[in-house]
Ligand binder design. Structure first.
Ligand SMILES: Nc1nc2c(ncn2[C@@H]2O[C@H](COP(=O)(O)OP(=O)(O)O)[C@@H](O)[C@H]2O)c(=O)[nH]1
Ligand SMILES: [Mg+2]
Length: 298
């Protein structure tokens, strides 16, 4: 069989299920997921093997109207992901349908050369006939080469999608070791799993006002790893919420993130979390770079 390798970027509106799809296809929790929009902040690479093909799946932040410097960096990362790819997958929430956001993204993709596929996700929530008019409208905005219907939650349609992805990858040598799952460093994965728990366990503006950085990483002789991470928040009130009564919230965030990290690294993890107030971190270039985002021009 011919060796194949290429990049397929998953783009779409916030909450379409891009990160869920990446995790489901790679079988690992590489990209964090929550019911809240804008959970993903930077490009996440998932390495997927299918026969002799290495599919480099790129999960991107959702595309939306940016306000903060952080937001601009996220949207820029999403478009860069699409531009650098061999193939672009527009993931559309089948339940939400053709929103204004989706049409804007589709028409922008329409101006790109190169293959584009339309992928409806969350088809567990709708009847397939309901999608026919959407397919027609979306194809007026961009000429899609193929259309798929999947559910990242149930796994429906994913086998076919993976087979087609493998065939569509350009011939060439594999760019990553075949048994790697991602190119993200463990320190960043650790920080992301903490951030996922913040998204899941706090409400309103708190998750959007928090960032997490791994400060210390120590491999221990017994095979375990000791990780220290700092959560930066924009306000004192956020700090109080994150810590919770008698430290109950931060304890719960730490416990869940520790369990996830231990599963991902396949070894015991000791996780220590600090919470620091740092007003305006989302406008600071150094903080954005620390979480893997390039600082966009203002
Ligand atoms: N019912 C259903 N929900 C899904 C599916 N895929 C993702 N979701 C949910 O949609 C929400 C957003 O998912 P996420 O992967 O973070 O979306 P992203 O912002 O595009 O990365 C989460 O609550 C997911 O559990 C699906 O196939 N079916
Ligand atoms: Mg995401």
């Amino acid at each position: 069989m011919t060796s194949r390798c290429g990049f397929a970027a998953i783009v779409g509106a916030p909450n379409a299920g891009k990160s869920t799809l990446l995790n489901r296809l790679t079988g690992a929790k590489l990209s964090i997921v929550s019911p809240k929009a804008q959970t993903t902040r930077f490009r996440v690479l998932g390495i997927l093997m299918r026969g002799a093909a290495q599919i480099l799946l790129v999960d991107t932040p959702g595309i939306f109207k940016p306000r903060r410097r952080l937001d601009r960096a996220m949207v820029a990362a999403a478009w860069t992901g699409a531009k650098d790819a061999d193939l672009v997958l527009l993931l559309v929430d089948a339940k939400a349908g053709l929103t204004h956001q989706v049409s804007e993204i589709a028409s922008k993709i329409g101006h790109n050369d190169g293959p584009k596929w339309l992928v409806f996700n969350k088809t567990d929530l709708v009847a397939p006939q309901a999608l026919l008019p959407l397919i027609a409208k979306l194809n007026e905005l961009a000429k899609f080469d193929e259309t798929f219907m999947v559910s990242a939650n149930t796994g429906d349609g994913l086998d076919e999608l993976q087979d087609r992805l493998a065939e569509a990858m350009p011939a060439g040598p594999h760019l990553y070791p075949d048994d790697d799952l991602t190119d993200l460093p463990d320190r960043l994965l650790a920080a992301e799993l903490v951030r996922e728990q913040i998204f899941l366990q706090t409400q309103q503006e708190v998750p959007y006002a928090a960032t997490v950085e791994t400060e210390n990483w120590q491999e221990r002789k017994d095979g375990s790893v000791r990780v220290e991470a700092t959560i930066y928040v924009a306000r004192a009130s956020h700090k109080a919420i994150l810590i919770g009564e008698h430290g109950s919230r931060i304890k719960e965030i730490g416990a869940k993130a520790r369990a996830d990290l231990s599963r991902l690294l396949e070894r015991p993890v000791h996780l220590f979390l600090n919470v620091k107030e740092r007003a305006g971190w989302d406008e600071e270039g150094a903080r954005l770079r620390a979480i893997g985002l390039e600082d966009p021009p203002a």
